[in-house]
Design a protein around this ligand. Structure first.
Ligand code: CP
Length: 307
């Protein structure tokens, strides 16, 4: 059985194949008839143990565009609340003949753990502060779309790196595709081992933005935050928030990204988020094609014939 548990476990060739497949599906979903029959004999369970808007809806739409049968599970309204374990929950769902599982979970490594205990193909839709592989794929795909290629580009990831699965998956994906990566943010929100990942650290936002081609502005994850990590929100915004005045004062125009959801006015102001320099909604749009590609390629390894 094949899984997508993290970018760490896949190769540059895998990523390029996902991109080429996504190019095809992007063209398909721009047609008047957006649906193809590729996964019509596949059943997919979307298991969300943590809140989501973009990832959950994007996977569901991708699955429906591929004609899969889809069931959705939200922990908040499930028997998890009565004490049922993760493995019992998933095995009960799989007994209904489910082929693939898309799972978001607050615990790092939840997907890897599950993959050792169940037979279905698993896609990690975000596991705690560990990885969010499809986010990194859609982010790097969006850089490729805007700048022609990822190789050779300089990308700075700004903000709460410590709690960010988006940062870790992006670092792996960007490096595999030949980009140079730096992180920027308060020292208390930067993992101690960051340099062992081959990533530079810049404490000064202006210097980081002058250096880069692309700035990926992360959300401040208040829900994972210990107060001792964090300057006040006002201090954070003063030092690490991007606004139009700062971008306009740089020597070149950079591309601005954000994985969403945005804390408007904290890590990014509305005049940047809604500007043509930002590709935030392109990222969301590309998420559907990327997830179609991942689902299609993994399903092709299940023992069946696909069209
Ligand atoms: N970017 C992202 O994962 O958003 P959601 O939490 O809304 O899925």
């Amino acid at each position: 059985v094949n899984h997508l548990l993290g970018i760490k476990y896949i190769t540059e060739d895998d990523i390029q194949l996902i991109f080429e497949t996504a190019d095809h599906f992007k063209e398909v979903i721009n047609r008047p008839i957006k649906k193809v029959p590729s996964l019509r004999d596949i059943t997919i369970a979307n298991l969300f143990f943590e809140n989501s808007t973009r990832t959950r809806l994007s996977f569901e739409l991708a699955e429906k565009r591929l004609s899969a049968d889809v069931i959705n599970f939200s922990a908040a309204s499930s028997s998890v609340k009565k004490g049922e374990t993760l493995i019992d929950t998933v095995n009960n769902i799989l007994s209904m003949k489910v082929d693939m599982v898309v799972m978001r979970h607050p615990n790092p490594g939840a997907g890897v753990f599950l993959s050792k205990h169940i037979k279905a193909s698993i896609i990690n839709a975000g596991d705690g502060a560990h990885e969010h592989p499809t986010q990194a794929l859609l982010d790097t795909y969006s850089i490729r779309e805007r700048l022609g290629e990822v190789s050779g580009k300089k990308v700075v990831i700004v903000g709460d790196i410590l709690h960010s699965r988006v940062a870790l998956s992006n670092i792996f994906a960007l490096q595999k595709l030949g980009a140079e990566v730096k992180v920027c943010g308060p020292k208390t929100l930067i993992p101690k081992h960051i340099e062992s990942l081959g990533v530079g650290y810049e404490s000064n936002l202006r210097k980081a933005l002058e250096w880069c081609d692309v700035a990926n502005m992360l959300r401040v994850q208040n829900e994972r935050m210990d107060i001792s990590y964090f300057p006040t929100t006002r201090e954070y915004t003063q030092q690490y928030g991007v606004n139009k005045k700062l971008l306009d004062s740089l020597s070149k125009e950079i591309v601005v990204m954000h994985p969403g959801p945005i804390n408007r006015g904290v890590e990014i102001t509305s005049d940047v988020a809604d500007s043509s320099q930002a590709i935030i909604l392109d990222q969301v749009q590309n998420g559907v094609a990327i997830r179609m590609a991942v689902l299609y390629l993994l399903a092709s390894k299940i023992n069946r014939n696909i069209e």
